[in-house]
Design a protein around this ligand. Structure first.
Ligand SMILES: O=C(CO)[C@H](O)[C@H](O)COP(=O)(O)O
Ligand SMILES: [Fe+2]
Length: 216
């Protein structure tokens, strides 16, 4: 299981150092939540901030766009140093065009579905994707409770991807911690985002090790 700490729960006054701390703690990806106050009812940060903190690690930047019109901003996030760019299928940009744009920028495309969106909505795009992100909370805020009823979607997507794109990674985001990660692992998840569980722990290294150890 790969662990992607969500910087949403970090101390933003020292965001670069927080990334360094996650790097040293064994994080696999840095998960960066971009919110525009329109697609979701919260505002975080954009491409300029991501560019500023890019130098603090060589680990991949997993950028989760919770914004309207993601297509307009793909180049900005690519230039800022994103490696994986995930955007919501529920947003108002053309899905195929946005995937193609991410690839044209030399980055890895990911498609995200909110809790009310069915797994089959992503099927037409699976062959072109690096990752599907299944939200296990309503997007917008950290610290919410894990929705275990989203896990059947992971199984459905895994089954379909096995036919067309066996390399596809499935990520879940929201409410992952020691009490929930095993269920995600059993459902076939490859990458878990964890904000609160990693940043609020006394030791991020221990938190990440414990989460990984539960996946067997
Ligand atoms: O995308 C997100 C919220 O929309 C965050 O990545 C997610 O909520 C992580 O936080 P936590 O692990 O505390 O639930
Ligand atoms: Fe996220």
């Amino acid at each position: 299981m790969l662990i992607a700490p969500s910087l949403l729960s970090c101390d933003f006054s020292v965001m670069g150092e927080e990334i360094e701390r996650m790097d040293k703690s064994g994080a696999d990806y840095m998960h960066l939540d971009v919110m525009d106050g329109h697609f979701v009812p919260n505002i975080t940060f954009g491409a300029p901030v991501i560019k500023t903190v890019r130098k603090y690690t060589e680990k991949p930047f997993d950028v989760h766009l919770m914004i309207s019109e993601p297509l307009k901003y793909i180049e900005d996030f690519a230039n800022a140093g994103a490696d994986i760019i995930t955007f919501h299928i529920e947003s108002d940009s053309d899905v195929q065009e946005t995937i193609d744009k991410i690839k044209a920028c030399g980055k890895k495309p990911g498609l995200v579905i909110k809790p009310n969106t069915k797994a089959e909505e992503v099927f037409p795009y699976l062959k072109d994707l690096f990752m599907v992100l299944v939200m296990t909370v309503e997007p917008g805020f950290g610290g919410q409770s894990f929705m275990a009823d989203m896990l059947p979607k992971v199984k459905e997507i895994r089954e379909e991807a096995n036919k067309v794109n066996p390399e596809l990674l499935i990520e879940v985001d929201g409410g992952i911690g020691e009490a929930t990660i095993k269920q995600a692992y059993d459902a076939g998840v490859d990458v878990c985002v964890a904000g609160t569980a990693v940043f609020k722990a006394d030791s991020a290294t221990e938190a990440i090790n414990n989460l990984k150890a539960l996946c067997k």
